[in-house]
Design a protein around this ligand. Structure first.
Ligand SMILES: *[C@@H]1O[C@H](CO)[C@@H](O)[C@H](O)[C@H]1NC(C)=O
Ligand SMILES: *[C@@H]1O[C@H](CO)[C@@H](O)[C@H](O)[C@H]1NC(C)=O
Ligand SMILES: *[C@@H]1O[C@H](CO)[C@@H](O)[C@H](O)[C@H]1NC(C)=O
Ligand SMILES: *[C@@H]1O[C@H](CO)[C@@H](O)[C@H](O)[C@H]1NC(C)=O
Ligand SMILES: *[C@@H]1O[C@H](CO)[C@@H](O)[C@H](O)[C@H]1NC(C)=O
Ligand SMILES: *[C@@H]1O[C@H](CO)[C@@H](O)[C@H](O)[C@H]1NC(C)=O
Length: 189
């Protein structure tokens, strides 16, 4: 009986410490499990080695989920050295997935309203930082990737098998649905 209780408790503990790891674009630094509940997984300064990321329809985001069901959203900034959540703008609605393991989605930056720091549409050579907010039911987790946008960047070598048909940035969520989906994310907690 005692070992039965122990198994249940240790099972819960395992769920409560499950995380996610951004695969592409590559995160700012080596995955740090303890820091993932904080801004950019605890990496407060911009990486010097930015990932080359396509501006158009061959953009993608790939991550490994340790939870079977989760919600996430994508935040972007054009600030050159973002140090705070205040610097980021949420550019997709919260979306819910039931994929454990590798997950991949299409992500077309050119169809979002993100601009360069100069306010003009994104172009070759612009630097942006992407932050993924992920929640598998036990709190928000964050990873960041520092990017340089490039027309010639290719993602064809990246395995994108467990994918969804959703291509974000194609339509703007209304404020109402954003709040509704945020409510859903909270309800999952
Ligand atoms: C982008 O960042 C790199 C360093 O990571 C820098 O050399 C380059 O000048 C930056 N580009 C722009 C347009 O600010
Ligand atoms: C940048 O360099 C660090 C340290 O060598 C490495 O861990 C990280 O994977 C690199 N990131 C990219 C995007 O190449
Ligand atoms: C980034 O956010 C910090 C903290 O709110 C703020 O002080 C800073 O001005 C912001 N940077 C830019 C370029 O907006
Ligand atoms: C793809 O997702 C399924 C669940 O939908 C999971 O069982 C499988 O392990 C995933 N594949 C990979 C390569 O992670
Ligand atoms: C980028 O910079 C421009 C001008 O500074 C600003 O208006 C815009 O909101 C910024 N952020 C994004 C995500 O486009
Ligand atoms: C981009 O801005 C236009 C004009 O303000 C707006 O109609 C459209 O919904 C926005 N799209 C996104 C993806 O935010």
């Amino acid at each position: 009986m005692r070992s039965f209780t122990f198994l249940i408790l240790s099972g819960l503990a395992a769920v409560a410490s499950a995380h996610f790891q951004l695969q592409f674009p590559e995160p700012r630094g080596v995955f740090n499990m303890d820091n993932e509940p904080t801004f950019c997984d605890g990496y407060d300064t911009v990486a010097s080695n930015r990932t080359s990321f396509p501006i158009g329809s061959n953009g993608l985001i790939s991550l490994n989920s340790e939870h079977p069901q989760w919600t996430a959203t994508v935040l972007i900034t054009n600030v050159s050295n973002p140090t705070s959540f205040d610097n980021f703008t949420q550019i997709t609605p919260f979306f819910q997935e039931s994929i454990e393991g590798l997950f991949c989605m299409h992500f077309d930056l050119s169809s979002t309203n993100v601009t360069s720091a100069g306010g003009i549409p994104l172009q070759n050579g612009d630097n942006v930082t992407m932050q993924i907010l992920y929640n598998g039911g036990d709190g928000n987790l964050y990873q960041c990737a520092d990017l340089t946008l490039s027309d010639s960047a290719t993602t064809s070598s990246i395995s994108c098998t467990n994918t969804t048909s959703s291509a974000f940035g194609l339509s703007a969520p209304s404020t109402g649905s954003l709040l509704g989906l945020a409510g859903l994310a909270l309800a999952l907690l």
